[in-house]
Design a protein. Structure first.
Lengths: 421, 172
């Protein structure tokens, strides 16, 4: 009986030849990503215990992202604690406001994530980084504190589920539609405690950026991680960013999967997840043309340059509808700059969008576009739970950047395909 | 540090819905602080704004499937504990919430039939040894999955950090 790539990574990091699902292992952590919301409590816990040094500052990356530029006095304090802590600890990989970005986007973008690594962050969308053949999972502040102190963390080896992607996506359909489709099939707890592994010939036509969107949302199906094999596309992405050596793990032919699902990509259409569960995905043809008060394009799910290019293609020469607000949030400063150089920011501004600096912002109801009572928003983010983007009675719809841009122009939920012709 | 008692008693607050997420348990608008007493004021606010007024120290929260799904914020556990909640008994848990609970030495019990035998306000007894939830008000009972040895050890040590310290001191 063989092992999945997830099992192999966990075995290699816990000094074992073999691990099986359900076993508890203590794994060495290669990269800890720290942001402004969950890190300060972890630091406070360590202080209380008299632990004054992290295990290895070179294995930690710090970026404020959730509430920066500071949203209020209390969040200013969090960002300040993070900043002071990283200086005190001598952590060099730090992205200050002005170079900052949403953690799950900036960590791979800046070449810190390599295939075969174990990566943790006090954030549930850490699964994003698994697209590079990495074991990446979200944890809480206590776990973070433990890993910062010891460089290790306990894991229950997850069962793996296999998703086989076949064929090519049709015109106007994107990786966001794939993952919304999968979650609509298996539910928000369909992959609970499991690793969601992807393979199949369909991957060859899905760019690295688009792949991150898929692994990003593993947690929305309850998954512990999302993972993809390393191929020419991911290798090129990593090689363009770092010279560090890395290890590629492959699942064995006879690895065990608790479930398998095949997705024929050419059968898919744009999908919208209705309020208030990410699993409420419907093909756009079955979705009512509900009026949107706001459209939000951004987040660690869909705030990368390819996403902005697609949105800009649709916004070009068009205007945001009367009665709708459109907010564009590049996921990192680097993406913001690229968008500027390519003239995308101008297209957004001319269309009547607000363009923000990189931040988590309204994705989690923080700031920069929080929703009021009963308001509606179509968002490229990953989660539309009650209260997620603001008032508990607000309604959030999830979709791809193309669907978001088309919706901003008409003011009601709109199929993007006619706009792309 | 402290062995778990064999039994615990408390009063029930029932939330039947599946997928109660961490944004409902502690909305992100309160994440600019992490003091337990402060977070406690807003526990469950987006699902039941009156919860914090009713909850008393030692009470139980009873919930459906996939409790605590969504964000990894440990603030959800702190808010509940700060509000006085002694134990959460759910049909099932989202992974990170469960992990955060036992990492904090906080009891999270998985009991598939809890909702069938408990109503809000019922007086409950949780028998951790026998793996039984007894409704002292109605006399009904449900079995639950006993804590794994690993989870019990973490909870008895007071959470992950004291557990690690204990192991470091023991030189293991
Ligand atoms: S962009 Fe949204 S989902 Fe992503 S890390 Fe920030 S708050 Fe979380």
């Amino acid at each position: 009986m063989g092992m999945t790539m997830t099992e192999k990574i966990l075995a290699a990091h816990s000094g074992r030849d073999l691990v099986r699902p359900g076993e508890i292992v203590n794994a060495k952590i290669d990269l800890i990503v720290a942001h402004d919301v969950t890190t300060p409590p972890a630091v406070a816990m360590l202080r209380k215990l008299g632990i004054n040094k992290v295990f290895d500052p070179s294995k930690i990356l710090v970026t404020p992202d959730h509430f920066v530029p500071n949203k209020d006095i209390k969040s200013a304090e969090l960002a300040k604690q993070l900043r002071e802590w990283r200086i005190e600890q001598g952590i060099e990989r730090y992205y200050e406001v002005g170079n900052h970005g949403i953690c799950h986007a900036i960590a791979p973008e800046q070449g810190h994530v390599l295939p075969g690594m174990t990566v943790i962050c006090g954030d549930s969308h850490t699964t994003t980084m698994g697209a590079l053949g990495t074991f990446a999972t979200g944890i809480g502040s206590t776990d973070l504190a433990a890993a910062l102190a010891t460089g290790e963390l306990w894991f229950k080896v997850p069962d793996s589920m296999l998703f086989e992607l076949n064929g090519r996506l049709p015109f106007g359909v994107y990786s966001k539609d794939i993952i919304l489709y999968i979650i609509s099939k298996i539910g928000v707890d369909g992959a609970r405690y499991r690793a969601m592994e992807y393979r199949g010939n369909g991957l060859a036509s899905i760019s690295m950026e688009a792949r991150f969107t898929i692994t990003n949302m593993a947690i929305e199906a309850g998954g512990k991680s999302g993972i993809m094999p390393v191929d020419a596309i991911s290798e090129e992405y990593v090689r363009a960013r770092t010279k560090e050596p890395f290890t590629c793990y492959e699942s064995d032919e006879d690895a065990v999967y608790t479930e398998r699902m095949t997705i024929e990509l050419d059968q898919l259409e744009p999908i919208v997840a209705l309020p208030s569960l990410p699993s409420n995905g419907r093909f756009i043809g079955e979705v009512e043309r509900v009026k949107m008060d706001q459209v939000y394009i951004g987040s660690c799910t869909n705030g990368r340059i390819e996403d902005l290019r697609i949105a800009a293609q649709i916004f070009k020469g068009n205007k945001v509808a009367n009665g709708t607000r459109a907010i564009v949030v590049p996921a990192t400063t680097e993406i913001w700059k690229t968008a500027m150089r390519e003239g995308l920011l101008e297209i957004f501004a001319d269309a009547g969008c607000v363009v923000s600096t990189a931040t988590c912002g309204a994705c989690l109801g923080g700031f920069m576009g929080v929703l009021g009572a009963e308001e509606t928003c179509l968002s490229t983010t990953n989660r539309n739970f009650v209260g997620r983007m603001g008032h508990p009675s607000a309604k959030v719809y999830l979709a791809s950047p193309a669907t978001a841009a088309a919706t901003a122009i008409t003011g009601t939920i709109t199929d993007p395909r006619p706009f792309l012709q | 540090m402290a062995a778990l008692p064999d039994t615990l008693t408390g009063y029930a607050h029932v939330y039947e819905r599946a997928h109660i997420n961490t944004d409902e348990i502690i909305p992100a608008r309160y994440l600019n602080v992490h003091e337990e007493a402060e977070l406690a004021k807003y526990a469950m606010e987006d699902i039941d704004p009156a919860f914090v007024k009713r909850v008393l120290p030692g009470d139980f929260v009873i919930a459906g499937d996939n409790f605590g799904c969504g964000s990894s914020r440990e603030h959800a556990v702190w808010a509940l504990r700060g509000a006085g909640v002694k134990v959460v008994i759910a049909r099932s848990y989202a992974r990170i919430f469960f992990r955060n609970a036992i990492n904090n030495g906080f009891l999270a019990i998985e009991c598939p039939e809890a909702l069938e035998v408990v109503g809000t306000g019922d007086h409950l007894e949780l028998d951790l040894v026998a793996g039984r939830l007894r409704n002292l008000t109605s006399g009904r009972e449900a079995a639950f999955v006993p804590l794994s040895d690993f989870a019990r050890e973490l909870i008895e040590d007071g959470g992950l950090l004291p557990h690690i310290q204990k192991k470091a001191q023991a030189g293991s």
